[in-house]
Design a protein around this ligand. Structure first.
Ligand code: CU
Length: 353
């Protein structure tokens, strides 16, 4: 039966039962084509109907500890999904992701490990994808060996030669479009002996996104805006404001470590936490150089990272931003909430008695 015929019958039915109280309240169905559409086919996949692509910031993998070099295997699947771009604005975006989340999974290994990477491209996807890991010595960081069409998978093996916190991303033309659509993540290569223990670790990445200017809640990629480097959205973990709506929780006194990276493709982050000072900054994601100490704001370029640590000395909502603060207005914010008793010796209202 043709759609028009179905709608015609539906309208006739509504008119016939129009005298009943419940249907009287629903009279709008009879003249609102959008409402009829919704009744027949369900909600359009917008806003909350789209899936969340926000990576769990506590998904930091397993620390390597004191073990020796081993063989480790990671499998990533490229998933092209309609995701929530901004939950408050009820907007969506056609994301391209590693494992359905932005950033992709945090991979964790140690220096000297032999690492097998398998990249799958889910059936039903529309694009070719690959993976370039900055931890790799080899052509394209692995991209040359992992070009996969929909339904395909490819693997390669590399030896982790340098410790550090490294970005990975898709490097399929048009590369910055793949990155701006969500295809980035990080691989941590721990030094011999592992990293010092802390109480809480978090995994956060910043990205800049470019959508066409329209009133439609379903946003689409704008090549023009990407080329002129004029983002509509700047995000942490893929979706505007998501890590502020659902703050990360720590206790007062916890030593906190953040693995922070920038997928880009274009913007350098002036990474800053409002209400605290970074006790340590492992600048540029180098884990073999001595950390900087007592830093307010640190630069993180696209395709780069930093590892920062601070003690949550007082209860507060520590607000993570790029201190190029116009980007806060474009969705770039996260909150670490430290819960516990006040520490008036460090911070209090009023005057000195
Ligand atoms: Cu891709």
């Amino acid at each position: 039966m043709k759609t028009s015929a179905i709608i015609g019958m539906l309208l006739l039915g509504l008119l016939m039962f129009g005298s009943s109280t419940s249907f009287a309240a629903d009279q709008r169905w009879a003249w609102d084509p959008d409402a009829v559409q919704k009744m027949l086919y369900g909600e359009k996949a917008t806003g909350p109907q789209a899936v969340s692509i926000v990576q769990d910031p506590t998904a930091v993998g397993t620390p390597v500890g004191k073990r020796g070099p081993e063989t480790v295997k990671f499998t990533l699947e490229v998933q092209e999904v309609l995701g929530v771009l901004d939950a408050a604005a009820k907007t969506t975006f056609p994301y391209w992701t590693f494992n359905g989340k932005v950033p992709g999974p945090m991979l964790r290994a140690r220096v000297g490990d032999t690492i097998e990477i398998t990249l799958k491209n889910a059936k039903g996807n529309s694009m070719i994808h690959n993976i370039d890991l900055h931890a790799v010595w080899g052509q394209g960081g692995g991209a040359a060996l992992t070009n996969v069409g929909p339904g395909e998978e490819k693997s390669f093996v590399f030896r982790a030669m340098n410790p550090g916190l490294f970005v990975y991303h898709c490097a399929t033309p048009i590369i910055p479009q793949h990155i701006a659509s969500g295809m980035y993540g990080m691989i941590l290569i721990e030094p011999e002996g592992g990293l010092p223990r802390v109480d809480k670790e978090f995994y956060i990445m910043q990205g800049d996104m470019y959508t066409e200017d329209s009133s439609d809640p379903d946003k689409y990629f704008s090549m023009h805006d990407m080329l002129v480097e004029h983002p509509s959205h700047v995000v942490m973990n893929g979706s505007a404001g998501a890590l502020a709506t659902n703050p990360m929780k720590v206790k007062v006194g916890d030593n906190v470590r953040i693995f922070f990276g920038v997928g880009g493709p274009n913007l350098t982050s002036s990474f800053h936490a409002i209400g605290t000072i970074f006790d340590k900054v492992y600048d540029q994601g180098s884990l073999t150089a001595k950390p900087l100490t007592d830093v307010q704001t640190t630069l993180v370029p696209p395709g780069g990272s930093t590892m920062v640590e601070f003690n949550a000395r007082v209860p507060a909502k520590y607000i993570l931003v790029d201190h190029a603060l116009a980007r806060l207005m474009k969705g770039n914010v996260a909150i670490i909430q430290a819960e516990g008793a006040a520490v008036p010796d460090l911070f209090r209202a009023g005057t000195v008695k």
